[in-house]
Design a protein around this ligand. Structure first.
Ligand code: ADP
Ligand code: MG
Length: 701
């Protein structure tokens, strides 16, 4: 094995075909430093180059075509943006044009008139003439024909690498030099019993075929094997850290349910809990009483009543003599939570306060003191809570309301506020897809509130084009006349902030003109904190009828009398954001409406998002669609977690394999939680190796 380590650690400079310049490029552009890095640099797709065609066979429906022929003419035409290189390419059956818009300089050096080439690309037809833009092109030599024929891997590369001769085919050449040697140093890392039970392809064969596939069926099996392996180790590692924590980290035992809980439940709870809320409170209560530190994810759709569940958990902590904190991702949400809790607790002997970035220093000092001497029982706040100078007498429960915004490291810092770590309850603002939860929060226990409070009417969602604005305004007016209130939302996205801001102000003026009989307020991030709070309160009290706002009101804001939300430029919002925004209405017995405004021209993705919103109110379903449309990398904040840096598996597409990996991992650990059985030794060796590579993320949550 030592030999294997040294082989894979060999610097990429020593690979045949990599000189000093290329090795620099590989390091800079692709982070490839060693044989290992290149070997685990997988193709992102494959193309079938089994067949050679004649030019006369080209038709517009073909995805790809591969032809051999001769360049008869090269010409660079146009200037600046319009500059392009047009190459005439012929075989004995006809002629086709090859066109480059980019990389003209080095392409024009590479290509020569009267030389023979192999060309591969996607044909297009324009004014009756066929052409291929940016084809891959190699000299037609015996060696190259052998190189490109068959099922071809495609590696991602960059302009700079291409200029250095390392386009995808260039990387294929390197892999051909590396893979046969590397395979010799590959060993199996899954136990034999698993391989035969699941009929997995052996690792050696899988690694060879991922780079040099024999045929499509073999490739698919190779991919399955490697995806499964990757996800299995991820799940084993998540589940093991969970088990490890349960064994080594003692938790506070909240043994009793006392006065605070009972008094609130019996005397002040304004409505009965839903069955789902009851079940979840019970799950959490048992967890906090078990002597093990709780790490639990609380999922529930927008409006399902997570805050109240959190409150009950906090009351249990209080009943056992501990303090609690509730941490929110934004100031406005922290304020809202504080107001909600304070209202719930107004007749209870419970001390509660709020700390955010805007809290005055003098006030802060008092709070710090009250937290340290235990006078303050519940504190609500933003990340200001994380600061080291915030100390507690005995913090027993941390509730984190997050929008994937808190990184793992931040969560870990809350942990360290006590010698015995507090129980942790993480709530997500919008539901997250099951597969994502299984990975991002895979080491947490999960509770789901799968039921809405009774009496809610499903929100009606409508799609309207900009041209229908006056009709929409008339509808809003009719709602206002019934005594309801409305939100009108404008996008304000960082990069185009100035333009968006002007749109928002213009929109505000327009709304004011259109609703002369009503009070219109405005809310956005640039408005001073005190002012914002005043506006929010005025809206909550019904003194403001229409609130024109940006997404600052996205999460958590709760004004039940608001029954209509109009979202301008809907195409610019993401799905989970739209779902959150829609969740601002439908919080009472009144029929509520969400109107999605867009221009007539809509991209396919934007249209898909609008359609999904119109079709369903189910946040879990929406989150699955979101994952499918965008892929896991783009779901807010998942990148920073580092957990999803997967090499080959794709959470959005490989849900089935993930599910299988989770089940198998659970079975393995149920039988052998320490992975000490001889048959599982191989797993434990591989896991410690991976842990070393990945660092410590899995140990904290
Ligand atoms: P979310 O899960 O989105 O955080 P909230 O906790 O803000 O939802 O609850 C949404 C609204 O529903 C609040 O006004 C809350 O007071 C109310 N609510 C919560 N639980 C119930 C219940 N069991 N019956 C009626 N209303 C409830
Ligand atoms: Mg909430």
């Amino acid at each position: 094995m030592d030999k294997a380590v040294s082989f894979f650690d060999t610097s990429i400079n020593f690979l045949k075909g990599v000189g000093p310049q290329r090795s620099e490029f590989l390091k800079k552009e692709l982070n490839i430093f060693t044989f290992r890095d290149l070997f685990y640099f997988f193709p992102f797709r494959y193309v079938d180059r089994t067949r050679f065609y004649k030019i006369k066979e080209v038709n517009a429906d073909m995805q790809h075509i591969q032809i051999c022929g001769k360049i008869t003419h090269i010409e660079i035409i146009g200037a600046k943006q319009k500059k392009r290189m047009v190459v005439d390419f012929e075989d004995d059956s006809g002629r086709i044009e090859l066109i480059w818009f980019q990389g003209i300089k080095w392409m024009s050096k590479k290509l020569k008139v009267d030389s023979e080439y192999i060309v591969f690309g996607r044909p297009a037809i324009f004014m009756g003439k066929f052409s291929i833009s940016h084809p891959s092109i190699e000299e037609n030599t015996e060696e190259n024909r052998k190189l490109v024929k068959g099922l071809q891997p495609v590696y991602s590369t960059t302009e700079l690498l291409k200029a250095g001769g390392l386009d995808s085919t260039g990387i294929v050449k390197l892999q051909r030099a590396l893979v046969p040697q590397a395979i010799e140093h590959i060993y199996e890392n899954l136990p034999t019993y698993l391989i035969s039970k699941l009929r997995l392809m052996p690792r050696k064969e899988a690694m060879r075929n991922i780079h040099l596939p024999i045929d499509n069926d073999t490739l698919v099996r190779a991919q399955q094997r490697l995806k499964f392996e990757e996800l299995l180790f991820l799940q084993l590692s998540l589940l093991r850290s969970k088990i490890g924590r349960e064994q080594t980290i003692k938790g506070f035992v909240f043994s009793k349910v006392g006065d605070n809980f009972n008094t609130f439940y019996n005397s002040y709870l304004p409505f009965p809990l839903t069955d789902a809320q009851k079940r979840v409170v019970k799950e959490i209560r048992q967890d906090m009483g078990a002597g093990i530190q709780m790490n639990r994810l609380l999922q529930g759709d927008v409006g399902s009543g997570k805050t109240l569940v959190a409150l009950f958990c906090m009351l249990i902590a209080l009943d056992n003599g501990y303090q609690c904190c509730l941490m929110a991702p934004t100031e406005i949400l922290a304020i809202q939570h504080f107001a909600t809790l304070k209202e719930f607790l107004k007749d209870m002997p419970v001390t509660i306060s709020l700390i955010t970035g805007s809290t005055k220093e003098a006030q802060r000092r008092v709070m710090h003191e009250e937290l340290e001497n235990g006078q303050m029982q519940i504190i609500v706040g933003t990340h200001a809570l994380i600061e080291d100078r915030v100390k507690f007498k005995n913090l027993g429960l941390v509730v984190i309301d997050e929008q994937h915004r808190f990184g793992v490291a931040q969560r870990a810092r809350m942990w360290q506020k006590n010698e015995t770590p507090p129980h942790v309850l993480v709530m997500t603002a919008t539901p997250i897809p099951r597969t994502l939860a299984m990975t991002l929060y895979g080491d947490l226990d999960v509770s789901v509130i799968d039921q809405m409070p009774p009496g809610r009417k499903p929100i009606k969602t409508l799609h309207k084009y900009d041209g229908k604005r006056s009709e929409v305004y008339a509808f809003i007016r009719s709602e206002l006349d019934k005594g309801r209130q409305a939100y009108i939302i404008y996008p304000l996205i960082e990069e185009s902030a100035k333009l968006d801001f002007e749109n928002l102000l213009a929109g505000f003026e327009e709304v004011r003109k259109a609703f002369p009989a009503h009070v219109v307020g405005m809310m956005h991030g640039k408005i001073k904190f005190a002012e914002r709070e005043k506006t929010m309160q005025a809206f909550a009290k019904g003194e403001i009828h229409i609130l024109v706002a940006t997404t600052v009101i996205e999460v958590g804001v709760n004004v039940p009398n608001a029954s209509i939300i109009l979202i301008e430029s809907t195409q610019r919002f993401g799905l989970s954001q739209l779902h959150q925004l829609r969740g601002r209405v439908g919080r009472s017995e009144y029929q509520s409406y969400c109107i999605l405004m867009t221009p007539y021209e809509l991209g396919a993705d934007a249209r898909a998002r609008v359609d999904i919103m119109v079709r369903t109110n189910d946040g879990f379903e929406i989150s699955e669609e979101d994952l499918r449309l965008r892929g896991p990398g783009d779901i807010t904040g998942t990148q920073q977690s580092g957990i999803l840096n997967l090499k080959i598996a794709d959470i959005a597409r490989d849900g089935r394999i993930l599910q299988q990996a989770r089940i198998i991992a659970t079975d393995i650990l149920d039988e052998d939680r320490g992975l000490v059985m001889e048959k599982n030794r191989i797993l434990s060796v591989e896991l410690s190796k991976l842990d070393k590579e990945k660092g410590d993320w899995s140990r904290i949550s």
